[in-house]
Write a protein that binds this ligand. Sequence first.
Ligand SMILES: [Zn+2]
Length: 267
Amino acid sequence: MNNPIIKRGIHNFQLLKYYVQRQKNKINLLILNLRKQQNESFECPICGYNGPFLDEDVSSGLRKNAICPNCNALERHRIQFLVINDVLRTLNTADLRMLHFAPEPFFHELFSKRFGRYETADLNMKDVDHNVDLQQLPFKNETYDFVFASHVLEHIRDDEKAITEIRRILRPNGVAILPVPIVAETTIEYPKPIPSEFYHVRAPGIDYYERYERHFSRVERFYSDSYPDKYQLYIYEDRSQWPTKECPLRLPMQGEKHIDIIPVCYV
Ligand SMILES: [Zn+2]
């Protein structure tokens, strides 16, 4: 160790390590700043998270700014949460009975705390109160005050019958929130369920909610732009490439930023 050449060597090695570490820090800082510039910051209305949202890797490519990294809520969960809160504000929910189809964990707490009676239903899911077919419900007329079924009707062949059934079990002044994924200009009916599209039997279009208007006195529509941009409620998706192997019967749509629409149906 007393050899001055070895001493100088160790000194130089430490200097080199120090220099490399400094360069690494500079690069990390640069990457962080670049990320900050690229990643817009958003706010999750469900969990209160503030920061960048994650992209969702779907068959049609990356769906930009889709997922809240804290609670995993997607665009549709965030807009539905905002709409539900707007609607519930106008109702005396403690006195009301609600039926939740295909219950999502995101809304379980919100609904079960607010409604006097909260029941869940699904055709196949376990741990629900009622295993029932929406096209043939075993409930008496005017049983429920509020029905929520999100992304359900695009799986049902006879959706007209299902809408009739939902309307039938609702009490006077009842409300139903029945959103479907809007993925076409005009609704396309599929001849058979498409496995790569989660067995959807149709591609609902912007016109789809007109079907509800035949059964309900009023259908109020909430759009992605009905709320502040900070919640990021748009669907970023390259739909110009449709039809594809995964989505064989869909038609191309223009643009990469698509609007979501949530319908609130009043008896
Ligand atoms: Zn969240």
